[in-house]
Write a protein that binds this ligand. Structure first.
Ligand code: ATP
Ligand code: MG
Length: 294
């Protein structure tokens, strides 16, 4: 079964949230997949990678737009695997992944968007954030003691802190979009039951032991707080210029398909073209050819 670009687009669209006002996480089923897809997933995914490869080549050659892909999720939702998969076909020179961990002392000496600014993609490039400044309204919101380390002046730490952060994030994203950075955000939506299964698999399989961290279990205890924080984050920051995709993540390959589809949709909407050769350049090329052949 060969899927066209159009079909990939259609597959991803239902998961795209451009207006957070009516968004409810409980309306999204993390276990969603399509049996027809699962039957020939390898083939379909390979086809999607082929399309992405071609589009990225044009993005790079045209050197005008940049693409920022942001991944957020609970532990074991498959961020790494998804990034790995979707990017496996692209030219590494045009792509950079940045993983955001607990902020360093230097990072804590700056405003919360500072470290992300340093990692933004250049024109022609795809930048991937494995976690991002959205942690500032997720983990920092769930564990508010983390704010202490940020040393925001007391006078500015009013009760509107989270609302202010949403506003600042939206403004910052709008600014980037207006300057040629296309932004797409992915929340890999995993169920609590599937997380348990994946943690147990990591504990049972020696080859997967390294993936398990005690901290993951601690965070699992805050599951409901995180879900509430994710819901509010999407409600406040899903916009037409920087939408969220809420990707069902219990079936890994289906999640890969939706992210690949979103990527294809986004890159195709830019109507990318390799730069046209001017008549002057054509003359230079003809001369170069003559020289090489003589
Ligand atoms: P994996 O576990 O798959 O390797 P990961 O993204 O979970 O990947 P970890 O090193 O386990 O990586 O965790 C990074 C931690 O850093 C997460 O718990 C995350 O919440 C935390 N973190 C990221 N950004 C911030 C931030 N701005 N403030 C506080 N904690 C943050
Ligand atoms: Mg982790």
């Amino acid at each position: 079964m060969k899927l066209t670009s159009k079909k990939f687009r259609q597959l991803a669209r239902p998961y795209c949230v451009e207006d957070g006002a009516k968004f409810r996480l409980r309306d999204c089923d993390p276990g969603e997949t399509k049996s027809k897809f699962e039957e020939c997933a390898d083939e379909i995914l390979a086809a999607s990678l082929e399309i992405i490869r071609g589009l990225q080549e044009k993005l790079y050659a045209q050197n005008r737009w940049s693409l920022l892909l942001i991944f957020q999720a609970m532990d074991a939702a498959g961020k790494d695997g998804t990034i790995n998969h979707v990017m496996s076909g692209v030219n590494p020179q045009g792509c950079r992944v940045t993983s955001f961990k607990t902020p360093s002392t230097l990072e804590l000496n700056h405003d919360f968007l500072w470290r992300s600014n340093l990692a933004l993609p250049e024109r022609g490039q795809i930048g991937i954030f494995n976690r991002s400044y959205y942690e500032e309204v997720l983990v920092v919101r769930v564990h508010q003691q983390l704010l202490q380390a940020e040393r925001i002046p007391d006078a500015l730490r009013g009760k509107h802190l989270w609302r202010d952060r949403f506003e600042d994030i939206n403004a910052c994203e709008k600014y980037l979009v207006r300057n040629g950075t296309v932004i797409r955000k992915f929340f890999l939506h995993l169920s609590k039951g599937e997380q348990k299964k994946r943690f147990l698999a990591r504990l049972d399989d020696p080859a997967k032991n390294w993936k398990f961290s005690g901290a993951d279990l601690k965070e699992r205890a805050y599951w409901d707080d995180y879900q509430a924080a994710y819901e509010e984050m999407i409600q406040a920051t899903a916009t037409p210029h920087a939408p969220w995709y809420v990707v069902p993540a219990d079936h890994k390959r289906y999640a890969h398909l939706i992210v690949a589809g979103a990527l294809i949709d986004t890159l195709e909407s830019l109507q990318l073209e390799v730069p046209k050769v001017t008549s002057e350049q054509r003359e230079i090329l003809a001369k170069a050819k003559k020289l090489l052949e003589s």
